[in-house]
Design a protein around this ligand. Structure first.
Ligand SMILES: C[S@@+](CC[C@H](N)C(=O)[O-])C[C@H]1O[C@@H](n2cnc3c(N)ncnc32)[C@H](O)[C@@H]1O
Length: 221
């Protein structure tokens, strides 16, 4: 399996705590921008969730601190949550406390998941693929094909000519961790989905034209 920065980065208590305060608890000037983007992203996600059959068994891959695990539980799905980081998973446990329907939480690599074929009705995977190189992403999509009987909702970090220039300018002025280290064009995303044996149903930019986040609804049958 390939090595990439996003696989190790979150396996730290400090990083997990920081990620959690970005989305949970008190609103502050520091977390305002990210919280606002997060809310738009969650709204888009909930829109897609309305299009899939209710009450099924769902696997939330790369659950992180449990932002989407919680939304799935609130929508009455039976949820199994997985992530490669034990530190992030601890927050998923805390953040989903008191909600019914959490079947299991496991440490697992999205490219090799410890479940039998067709174990789930649906799969969600938000904010992982933009941090994963192309070949590994296809392996992860093949795991989705193997495990989901019906649907998947997946977040991709896309790039177009405008975003490519914008990101170059941004990287020149703002140093630090890139937010979309392994971008794909929309065509590349479609070809990755197809090469994993999946079918793209529909998709939507989180902030059309302004940011790289794109959520796809996928047919896994
Ligand atoms: C940016 S966080 C997103 C968390 C959550 N889905 C959300 O949207 O808030 C990315 C997560 O992917 C996890 N991750 C990275 N590589 C992974 C892999 N190969 N398998 C499973 N999880 C992975 C990290 O540990 C981290 O929790």
């Amino acid at each position: 399996m390939t090595k990439y920065e996003g696989k190790k980065y979150y396996q730290s208590e400090k990083v997990a705590k920081k990620y959690n305060t970005q989305y949970e608890g008190k609103l502050s000037l520091r977390n305002f921008r990210i919280r606002l983007i997060g809310k738009f992203e969650e709204l888009k996600f909930k829109g897609f969730l309305k299009k899939v059959p209710k009450n099924g068994k769902v696997l939330d891959i790369a659950c992180g601190t449990g932002r989407y695990t919680r939304i799935l539980l609130q929508n009455k799905f039976i949820v199994t949550a997985t992530d490669i980081s034990k530190e992030m998973i601890e927050f998923t446990k805390k953040n989903s406390h008191g909600l019914e329907g959490l079947a299991d939480i496991k440490i697992a690599d999205a490219a090799k998941l410890p479940f039998k074929n067709n174990s789930f009705d649906g799969i969600t995977c938000i904010r992982l693929y933009q941090r994963v190189p192309h070949s590994e992403r296809v392996l992860m999509l093949k795991e989705i094909k193997r495990l989901s009987k019906d649907w998947a909702i997946v977040f991709f970090g896309l790039e177009n000519s405008f975003l490519r220039i914008r990101n170059k300018v941004r990287r020149f002025f703002i140093k630090g961790r890139p937010s979309n280290p392994y971008p794909a064009t929309r065509e590349e995303m479609l070809s990755e989905i197809e090469s994993a044996g999946l079918k793209f149903i529909k998709g939507s930019w989180v902030f059309p034209g302004l940011a790289s986040g794109y959520i796809s609804l996928i047919d896994c049958r």
